[in-house]
Design a protein. Structure first.
Length: 133
């Protein structure tokens, strides 16, 4: 039996956005697992892939320096996987700052967008695949 054929793609990189919106270490690890597996899959085929992890609501804890349950692994991603980026929701950060009296520090290398959900919508409109593991 033949293996499934994958349609060939032009020079366009594959683009995947992963949503994390739950303060759940199991889901955070799943997001990192998916990012690593997809990156390895396409790299192994000699194809480029861009991956963005967009965090909002409770999922923002994944990107916070003082409380991320996956901090060490995320820092390793930032050092070794330049095709994977991490983006936090500015609105969620502002809500936390108001609640806690200070803006919680992000892990170095994490970016911020004002509205995480709007960013996912924009990416979907640009033909990115959106997945919530």
């Amino acid at each position: 039996m033949a293996s499934p054929a994958y349609p060939s793609r032009a020079a366009e990189p594959h683009r995947l956005a992963l949503q994390i919106s739950d303060d759940d270490p199991v889901k955070m690890r799943a997001v990192l697992d998916v990012a690593a597996n997809v990156s390895r899959h396409y790299s192994g085929q000699g194809e480029d892939v861009e991956i963005m992890v967009v965090a909002f609501n409770g999922g923002l804890d994944m990107l916070l320096d003082d409380r991320s349950p996956v901090r060490e692994r995320l820092v390793n991603f930032l050092k070794s996987m330049p095709n994977v980026s991490f983006i936090g929701c500015g609105n969620t950060l502002e809500t936390l700052a108001a609640k806690e009296g200070r803006r919680p520090p992000l892990i170095e290398g994490v970016s911020v967008t004002q509205v995480g959900v709007a960013m996912l919508m924009d990416l979907a409109e640009k033909n990115w695949t959106i997945v919530r593991p």
